[in-house]
Write a protein that binds this ligand. Structure first.
Ligand code: HEM
Length: 292
């Protein structure tokens, strides 16, 4: 029933319909642009672009495919491709925004962390960075891993059980069809998995400096992109873009704490599909360019 009311509400909501039309127009445009590429180019792009590989799977004859059984159908219909593209847009936008917002807040209240990042980047002053240079910033890696552990943009994820099961430690019975919530945020803060010298409720990137140390660096307990078959399809892109943006920001500006009243972090009550800070008021100082 709530789904029906939700659908009816959206159907009658002019603002929603206008936004949806606008997004659809852009998505159709992206499909057309992809078709304008030469076949050789499209085959190459398929290897490096999620969108190109989706479009490559568009059905040649939608009517024919629609007449087949689910098992026999080949490729995706245009509506399915559009839905997938929309899913990328939705799943990739708010999560990445949340990660960047938390990064800015956390470095603003931890100037010592911000200084260390800047030291790591110092030799490149403000110049553009290559992928290899980005890869070499191991302290920035630790900071981002800590941001994803401390405040994961996705609070948790869900799985529907396909078989009956029993939890080994408590014996709790689970039934096929049960919906299980995997609490990504809680796992990242659970003292049973993070028993190192620095409390998991503290933001402390150095805990990730010691590779292979299970006490400080519990890989299985920090799963910001989920896990298994349904883990985040955009995680490599997300990690890369977040790292590139943070590095470029840190080459140019210093974030300062705007004070407890405006910069307390906290969780916004309803952040949509990603957890964003409720209060993030920072000062921004533009750094000097030493090369000029
Ligand atoms: C910081 C950024 C991001 C975070 C923290 C994040 C996190 C997640 C998480 C936790 C899941 C659920 C995984 C599971 O249940 O095991 C997920 C699923 C998904 N994500 Fe991301 N994501 C991010 C960025 C992106 C980007 C950039 C894209 C696309 C370009 C994307 C596309 C998707 C899609 C399509 C799914 C659904 C996969 C499925 O159900 O099979 N995400 N993401």
């Amino acid at each position: 029933m709530p789904t029906l009311i939700g659908r009816l509400y959206l159907l009658l909501n002019l603002k929603y319909r206008r936004s949806r039309d606008l997004i659809n127009q852009h998505l159709h445009h992206m499909i057309e642009q992809e078709f304008q590429e030469a076949p050789m180019m499209r085959a190459e792009r398929k290897k490096i672009s999620l969108i190109a590989s989706l479009i490559a799977s568009l059905q040649q004859d939608e009517k024919l495919e629609a007449s087949k059984t689910e098992e026999d159908k080949k490729g995706l219909s245009r509506a399915e491709v559009l839905d997938e593209m929309l899913a990328f847009l939705m799943a990739g936008y708010s999560t990445t925004t949340a990660a960047l917002t938390w990064f800015i807040h956390l470095v603003s209240v931890h100037p010592e962390v911000q200084n260390k990042i800047k030291k790591e980047l110092a030799q490149y002053n403000m110049q553009s960075l290559s992928v290899e240079q980005l890869d070499s910033f191991s302290y920035l890696d630790c900071v981002l891993r800590e941001v994803f552990r401390f405040v994961p943009p996705a609070f948790g994820t869900l799985r529907t059980l396909t078989v009956d099961d029993r939890l080994p430690s408590t014996g709790a019975e689970l039934r096929k069809g049960d919906l299980v919530f995997i609490a990504i945020h809680n796992m990242g803060r659970d003292r049973r998995y993070w028993s190192g010298p620095v409390d998991p409720d503290q933001f402390y990137p150095e805990r990730f400096l010691v590779e292979g140390n299970d006490i400080n660096n519990n890989k299985a307990a920090s799963i910001p992109f989920g896990g298994g078959h349904r883990q985040c399809i955009g995680q490599d892109l997300a990690r890369f873009e977040v790292k590139a943006i943070c590095a470029r920001l840190m080459q140019r500006v210093t974030f300062g704490d705007g004070g407890p009243e405006v910069n307390s972090g906290e969780y916004a009550g309803d952040g949509g599909d990603a957890t964003i800070p409720k209060r993030m008021g920072v000062t921004i100082t533009f750094d000097s360019d030493y090369s000029t």
